[in-house]
Write a protein that binds this ligand. Structure first.
Ligand code: SF4
Length: 76
């Protein structure tokens, strides 16, 4: 389970975030490219844009569920 106290810098403020346990597998960026991107020379991903419609929200939830190390959090 993601930990909001380990939220990586660079995440846009809001409910979704990537924490420091990210292993840079790129799954979230593939699933939800409107909201996730790789950062710091592909060292990890961040939420660069919070979902702003139902489709983006659903894709963020899908990314959260697919993350192999549960590094994606949703405080909503
Ligand atoms: S799916 Fe999880 S481990 Fe993979 S890049 Fe995204 S946050 Fe990191």
């Amino acid at each position: 389970m993601a930990d909001s106290t380990s939220r990586l810098p660079g995440n846009e403020s809001g409910d979704f975030y990537v924490d420091s346990t990210c292993i840079a597998c790129v799954t979230c960026v593939t699933v939800a490219p409107e909201c996730f991107s790789m950062k710091n020379s592909n060292e990890h991903s961040i939420v660069y844009k919070q979902p702003s419609n139902e489709e983006e929200y659903s894709l963020c939830i899908e990314a959260l569920e697919l993350c192999p190390v549960s590094a994606i959090g949703d405080d909503g």
